[in-house]
Design a protein around this ligand. Sequence first.
Ligand SMILES: NC(=O)c1ccc[n+]([C@@H]2O[C@H](COP(=O)([O-])OP(=O)(O)OC[C@H]3O[C@@H](n4cnc5c(N)ncnc54)[C@H](O)[C@@H]3O)[C@@H](O)[C@H]2O)c1
Length: 337
Amino acid sequence: MRKIGVALVGCGGIGKIHAASLKTSPYAELKVACDLEASRARAIAEEYGFERYTTNFDEVLKASDVEVVVVAVPPKYHAGLSIRALEAGKHVFCEKPMATNLKDAKEMLVKAEKAGVKLGIDYQNRYLPSHSKLKEIVDSGALGELVQVRTRVAYPILESLPSDAPMLGWLFNPDVAGGGVLMDIGTHWTDLARWLAGRDYAGIYALIGHFDPRIPDEVEDTATILARMEGDMQAIIDVSWAVKASMWLIEIYGTKGTAMANLPQGVLVYDKEKQDWVNVEMPPWEEPHAKLLNLFLKSVAEDKEPPVSGEDGYKSLEAVIAAYKSAEKAAEIKLPL
Ligand SMILES: NC(=O)c1ccc[n+]([C@@H]2O[C@H](COP(=O)([O-])OP(=O)(O)OC[C@H]3O[C@@H](n4cnc5c(N)ncnc54)[C@H](O)[C@@H]3O)[C@@H](O)[C@H]2O)c1
């Protein structure tokens, strides 16, 4: 198995998860941990066994033993760092959203193509066992022609993150985060709905709102997207930081059947003969970030398509940008933009 030298850029909350994932990947050689704050880079390097650490991104670009750069900094800086890494001939695994606007996201795609390197995006929720199982059911054809995908997720952010989480220093600043809940978790769900449906968005209508007075009102904390998808299918995507609890719910309706992933319970399908919902046996639990990052490294080692590509990242971001435009104009926005 070919070993791949990796640099982790951004050693904050998610950086730590990527470091742990890299440590378990049979493909990864942990070379450089990089952060603007030396203490964070050093702490991650020491805890997870990176060979060295730095505060200087140029050292990562120049390092001949680094093939893959994992970009795990706040969203505003994803495109700038990724583009420099791609231009330096490195493969890039970038956090979501891949950029805060479509121009930068497109440039990332173009640079990756031009350099002949791989660009992958961290939409790890595809690899939650229940979501992989749902995809398997959809792709088997058991649900018939797809009619609608509905998703609902509540992530009460202020209750979910520790009050000293560094992320809270930028998450509610639209200049850095690119927006509110739609940019943060919404892009995960626009990716999931598109991936499960196996088709692109054709039109989007969205409502966005602000309900939690503790969250700055420059950003939306709740949003609903109604989407037309190619082939006359529909999607409804609800995301909120403000509501206090919901199961992570995905329902998929087809002409022959219905399936739902109802986290934390699992996957249910409607059995017409029993006239009841039955639980589907689940694949074994694997940490989804670790699974996706390992598959990305495998795609580099074997020169295959990345499991979640830059194009996938672009499409999920495009749906969210269309949702903002729709909310502003109170009108349906046609895609592609
Ligand atoms: N895929 C997921 O489910 C998921 C979950 C959490 C966060 N994220 C994404 O990961 C990214 C980082 O989030 P986080 O929670 O780790 O943030 P964080 O604030 O905890 O950490 C970001 C780190 O990046 C460093 N940094 C900033 N600019 C830098 C630069 N130019 N060079 C080097 N280091 C730099 C900061 O010093 C900090 O240590 C965000 O884009 C976020 O949306 C994704």
